[in-house]
Design a protein around this ligand. Structure first.
Ligand code: BGC
Length: 432
């Protein structure tokens, strides 16, 4: 299929905004067309998320992060400019996350200003014709939540559900699609990489150091959590949050989780591929959900208990894994073979200084999405990671995932050729 129909979506969006008093009330999604746009996460772009767990971890010794997030891209102050850029490129959707620590900086203390802020962000998306795809939790949690044991204790479930309910009541009328968690399977996925396996003692040491430095008996940041303990609790938290969001929104928009998935292939007859899938995929397909968010960056060969290193000579991205734009198609087909739920590609991208490789990556990846759709698989979005170069967690600002470069001192935005290239695909639905 060469063309993805955007007309349905445009007609749908036109029916969306009805002004009631100061608030724009948004009707149910109109069953419109394909969502094209970019994906991002509050912590990596907003800057100054002082009340979040990762901010605290960035400022202790030993150091786990290449550099602190600091002002990030100052999106907190510049969201209007960024959304204008995204809309100007031709996108019709925008994925963002809400920073729980801004909404609830201390347990039970809700910031009305932060709720109003995110409502303004979502209203701006709508005004600019960008359907908001909202993640309630993209890895980071309030510091107090990590200090109380995070999602490694069942006590973490209730506060998360209350937060999801609160956000939905304040801005659910503006949301198009939602995920409770971003990549709640990522620790399970990473537990297969040899580097992370070797780093386990170091990570355990870092967790102890964090607890001591931050005065908490058991500091548990979800990013550093033990997936064997954390995953069952997060599944329960997701299921409860799913019900809360559906109830508070009157079921107006689809809710699910987004999953980190590599295109895994078995290396030999004793490959652990099915064990890995039973850890990273199956439990989340069994959890409640109206959709599956698929996030893919690469491929891997699976040995008996670990991913194998990339083969010699493979082109590697700045993240050190193989450049593999075809992996997305394989992952979509895998998910579609295991669930009837619609698939949203909520992240896909490449870290590179060579923007021509990003263009090649987008061309191949989107071509794969279109082949899946042509074969009757219900794929409803392609959201590229990311609009802006941003803070890539432990790697700091070095990896460049953005369609738009950001000057680290002036914050000036400079679109790269890939921005225009992907914008053209979004406007026409055609891969050039
Ligand atoms: C995460 C993002 C991250 C991106 C690129 C995804 O797994 O959701 O937060 O920046 O990958 O590494």
């Amino acid at each position: 299929m060469g063309e993805v129909d955007r007309r349905g979506l445009l007609a749908g969006s036109a029916a969306l905004a009805v002004a009631v008093g100061a608030k724009a009330v948004v009707a149910a999604p109109q069953g419109g067309g394909f969502l094209w746009g970019t994906s991002g996460a509050a912590y990596q772009i907003e800057g100054g998320n002082y009340a979040s767990d990762i901010w605290a971890l960035e400022h202790i010794t030993p150091k786990l992060f290449a550099e602190p997030s600091g002002d990030a891209d100052d999106v907190y102050n510049r969201f209007d400019e960024d959304l204008a850029l995204a809309a100007g490129l031709g996108f019709n959707a925008h994925r963002l996350s809400i920073e729980w620590a801004r909404i609830e900086p201390e347990p039970g203390q809700v910031s009305q200003a932060a709720l109003a802020y995110y409502r303004r962000v979502l209203e701006t998306c709508r005004r600019r014709g960008l359907a908001p795809v909202v993640t309630y939790n993209h890895y980071t949690v309030p510091r107090w939540f990590a200090a109380a044991g995070g999602f490694e204790t069942r006590d973490g479930i209730e506060p998360f559900v209350r937060y999801c309910d609160l956000v939905t009541r304040h801005m659910g009328d503006l949301i198009e699609v939602a995920a409770t968690f971003n990549e709640p399977n990522v620790n399970a996925l990473l537990s297969w990489t040899p580097m992370i396996q070797q780093m386990q003692p170091m990570i355990a040491g870092f967790r102890h150091a964090a607890a001591a430095a931050l005065g908490a008996p058991h500091w548990s940041s979800p990013m550093l959590g033990d997936f064997r303990v954390q995953q069952p609790i997060m599944i329960e938290a997701h299921a409860r949050a799913y019900d809360a969001i559906k109830a508070a929104s009157g079921g107006r928009f689809p809710v699910g989780v987004t999953l980190s998935l590599n295109d895994d292939q078995p290396a030999g007859a004793d490959s652990g591929i099915e064990t890995k899938r039973a850890q990273v995929l199956t439990p989340w397909l069994q959890a409640p959900g109206d959709m599956v968010g698929v996030q893919n960056y690469t491929r891997s060969q699976i040995g008996p208990t670990a991913d194998l290193p990339p083969e010699p000579g493979a082109e590697l991205t700045q993240m050190g894994y193989p450049f593999a734009p075809h992996a997305l198609e394989a992952v979509i087909r895998l998910v579609a073979s295991r669930t009837k739920r619609p698939i949203y590609v909520t992240e896909n991208g490449v870290a590179t200084e060579d923007d021509s490789r990003r263009i090649a990556f987008i061309r191949e990846a989107v071509g794969g999405v279109q082949r899946c759709i042509a074969d009757g698989i219900e794929v409803r979005s392609y959201l590229h990671w990311s609009l802006l170069d941003n803070w890539e967690w432990t790697n700091g600002y070095k990896p460049k995932f953005g369609l738009i470069a950001v000057d680290r001192t002036t914050f000036k935005r400079t679109p790269k050729p890939s921005a225009a290239y992907f914008g053209r695909i979004a406007r026409t639905g055609r891969v050039a």
